[in-house]
Design a protein around this ligand. Sequence first.
Ligand code: NAD
Length: 497
Amino acid sequence: MSTRVTHWIDGRLWQGTPERSGDVYDPATGKVTKTVDFASRDVLDDAVAVAKAAFPAWRDASLTRRAQVLFAFRELLNANKEKVAALITEEHGKVLSDALGEVTRGLEVVEFACGIPHLLKGGFSEGVSTGVDVYSIRQPLGVVGIISPFNFPAMVPMWFFPIAIAAGNTVVVKPSEKDPSAVMYLAELWQQAGLPDGVFNVVHGDKEAVDGLLENKDVKSISFVGSTPIARYIYETGTRNGKRVQALGGAKNHMLVLPDADLDLAADQAVNAGFGSAGERCMAISVVLAVDPIGDELVAKIAERMPSLKVGDGRRACDMGPLVTGVHRDKVRSYVDAGEASGASLVVDGRIGEVDGDPNGFWLLPTLFDHVTTDMSIYSDEIFGPVLSVVRVPSFEAGVEVINAHPYGNGTAIFTNDGGAARRFQNEIEVGMIGVNVPIPVPMAYYSFGGWKASLFGDSHAHGAEGVHFFTRGKVVTSRWLDPSHGGINLGFPTQS
Ligand code: NAD
């Protein structure tokens, strides 16, 4: 019998009967293990109404009180991170160590948000005019909506909600319907941490729930992470409805390897960043640009490392788990077929090989293509699976040109021992996050995460200073406390005197 996952509204599980629901799989066995309720518009609107009602008291809770709740949540999350990781592995399929890494990166944002009293400090100018002071404050928005993708069911929501809550907002999260349980557990931890009911709500579902968030006038902002077509839709619809929107989209991340690079390091990192989490990371490397004449040597080094990767059930001692669903596995597999048909050299074929897991799991093994060209779909499209393509380029300049011509601009990396080349790369490349001899350059919580071009719609990146800015709005107060010498009537425009 499958378990039912339902909404978390006002500090308790929703008691209604859903009109629609979806299946949740264990990707390592291919079995349906849970069903998840899909919210109707009425359920979504109820959750927003609850969050709206909780807002005034939470906004007015002192900074000390809000920071105390954040610290308590941090302790609870740290103490229970293995449980969160296990929930992620059960529904997403990534191996436990990787799931734990995801929780740790989310924890870092919670730790950043614990500093909210400092982060919300404004400016103060005494005596801007005679007897007049000016100061700035930042205030929460109200109810904020968060919509997250399947690939980081805990970390991506935690890019946003710790800061949103610390800043005094109330939250409605719509997690991916493919792996909804991790956020449900986080909701329980918030309650144990002392967060008032109604501040953090979780509503499950699909487009209907998302459209409800986009259209409800009491939702003041949307933080979205997912594929580019949906991100574009979210941005256009949300802003048309007067909301503040940050919509992070898809990616195609290139790794440029110069002839002077340490090729063993580059090969190790191409394998790690290409096949970790089965390539289902928005910061995965999916294209290696090998600058002449190192192509043959680099491809050989990558290929010789791949047989040692153990693919299997993420609860066992494996390096890589299954893909998230059978439908997604079939889509990724169809790209391998397409790459072969388009004439790329299939160096390692992931459609065949051994796995340490149930034969009904959603398996596809690491795949390597060489001599890929930019007109092939395996190059142009985001595949989001364990498929790595090597494109040969004649020079540094040609590599930069290829990267800049791609519509996505999430992350990229250069491997070289030439500091001047690395510096020129960081200057000329049109991508939001850059690694120098680092393949997955995910910024720490106190910097901001986000791509350029079709990888992000909106002005604000996630977390760090931009996150604090996104979840607050500024006010500037000009004040004068009268003394007996006030100057009388003057209809001129106020200037300093
Ligand atoms: P997705 O776009 O299918 O879904 C993301 C969210 O949107 C989910 O909550 C889903 O329920 C909802 N959704 C799906 N279809 C919708 C529709 N028609 N209308 C409204 N809402 C809809 O993405 P996914 O498959 O869950 O996640 C993988 C994608 O996310 C990849 O493209 C990956 O690159 C991207 N991603 C990007 C980043 C980043 O930081 N840029 C981070 C993680 C994932």
